[in-house]
Design a protein around this ligand. Structure first.
Ligand SMILES: [Zn+2]
Length: 451
């Protein structure tokens, strides 16, 4: 790693300048000729090699974010890999400044501006994959903060199975999505992949025999969903009510509402569900399924009872790291552990844990001599590689509906009730993923504790 190397190596090393990857940078919103000129000029800048290496290393490490915090002393870059922030060795201030000048210049921003927020976007191709990268810099009390968001241009995930949804859950969820006269809710905590699951759930729903329409605010427009006709209202333009009325005349079968918008739309939607047997799908950011139900009902007090009446199921998910298949270690769980996990004895002979090498300063023997430790090449010693989702699917039948109506202000009692009635929550789903060797108990614990 280049930053680690810089600390110990002589600055004027001659034995090989770092190899600068060939990264074309196509800045968005900058006229093409100007962009070419900027790129040529930037290649001459002293910070160019490091600017490009920082990004290339991030992509090589599967990072989806780069964060650089500038202070008076220097700058600390961090990569986010599988949802975990990893600090890289600190850079001195002149090095970091030189690097930042390159990014600001190449994106047509003002390098001298260190306080006001500046945004840029660019496309690049690296390792035969097209990437879309957003850049943001802004002044903060301690100095300046820079954030890169790294995304693939073409999404890799195509089905809910790719996300790790079990067959039986897929079956139930598809039944809900393809049902009628009701409402399905898709939810997740912040940063747990809700936009992706939303897209996959809709992409994979049966849209050949039924017409699906989406109504949303123009400013929230996301990537197109296959075979869902989209209608937008705009601030200062057509109202949501007017758009809903127009859409209603087309007699669609399923209304997709990324948010329930307001009481008038909710009333119109409920009318469509009750009188015209229409179906609907909505989404909300929530910690678990019960939280999603609670937020929707409390957020629409006037129609809470009617909404609960048509709600058929709630999906919630949390992202969890997958164990690295190359270095995960099997161990035999003790009978006590199995009992604690509520797993029948004999059914799960092995559980797995990650291989995490000790930090470099501890890689010494009793005499203080360094020892060689082999680091897994696939996960680079992280012990995990990639992520999957744990899903909880709360089916709202009459029994559950009654309990929700009575216990809405006691969510923990409601969770207990759901569990007693066969609902499988994140703990149960997590233990199942461990039994299948997909993840570790400590990772499940980490995910359950995160708020
Ligand atoms: Zn590994």
């Amino acid at each position: 790693m280049i930053f680690g190397k810089k600390k110990t190596a002589d600055k004027k090393e001659t034995s090989g300048e770092p190899q600068v990857p060939n990264l074309e940078i196509k800045a968005a919103g900058v006229p093409k000729e100007e962009a070419v000129g900027l790129l040529i000029a930037c290649r001459q800048l002293p910070g160019y090699p490091l600017a490009v290496i920082l990004l290339a290393n991030a992509i090589n490490s599967r990072a989806d974010r780069i964060l650089i915090d500038f202070s008076a002393q220097g700058a600390v870059p961090r990569y986010r890999v599988d949802g975990i922030w990893e600090a890289l060795p600190a850079m001195d201030r002149p090095t970091a400044d030189a690097l930042l000048v390159v990014w600001k210049k190449v994106l047509g921003l003002n390098p001298a501006e260190r306080k006001a927020r500046q945004d840029g976007k660019f496309a690049t191709n690296f390792r035969d994959i097209d990437w879309v990268i957003s850049f943001m810099s802004t002044g903060v009390p301690s100095g300046e903060r820079v954030l890169f968001t790294i995304e693939r241009k073409k999404p890799v995930l195509k089905t809910l199975a790719d996300l790790g949804m079990r067959d039986s859950v897929q079956e139930s969820f598809k039944g809900l999505m393809n049902g009628d006269k009701g409402m399905v809710v898709i939810s997740a905590p912040p940063t747990h992949g809700l936009p992706t699951t939303w897209r996959l759930a809709l992409d994979n729903a049966d849209k050949f025999v039924r017409d699906w329409v989406l109504i949303d605010n123009k400013k929230n427009q996301e990537a197109d969903i296959i075979n869902v006709t989209e209608f937008f209202y705009e601030d200062g333009g057509e109202t949501p009510e007017a758009v809903f009325d127009k859409v209603r005349l087309k007699q669609p079968d399923v209304y997709v509402l990324p948010s329930l918008i307001g009481p008038q739309i909710v009333e119109a939607l409920l009318n469509q569900i009750h009188k015209e047997q229409k179906h609907s799908v909505t989404r909300i950011v929530a910690n678990d399924a019960i939280d999603a139900v609670s937020q929707i009902l409390k957020g629409n007090p006037k129609h809470a009872k009617a909404i609960l009446g048509v709600m058929q199921g709630v999906l919630n998910q949390r992202l969890i790291r997958r164990l690295c298949e190359s270095c995960k270690q099997a161990y035999a769980p003790t009978p006590q552990l199995l009992q604690k996990l509520n797993l029948p004895a004999g059914r799960v002979p092995k559980l797995y844990k990650p291989t995490i090498p000790p930090p470099p300063e501890q890689r010494v023997d009793a005499k203080g001599n360094p020892i060689e430790i082999e680091i897994c090449k696939r996960c680079n010693g992280r012990g995990y590689f990639g992520r999957m989702a744990l899903f909880e699917l709360l089916i709202i039948n009459d029994k559950m509906r009654q309990a929700i109506a009575q216990l809405l202000d006691k969510p923990d009692e409601l969770r207990k009730f759901a569990k007693q009635n066969g609902h499988s929550g994140f703990l149960e789903e997590g233990i199942l993923a461990c039994a299948l060797g997909q993840t570790s108990l400590e990772e499940v614990q980490r995910i359950l504790q995160s708020k």
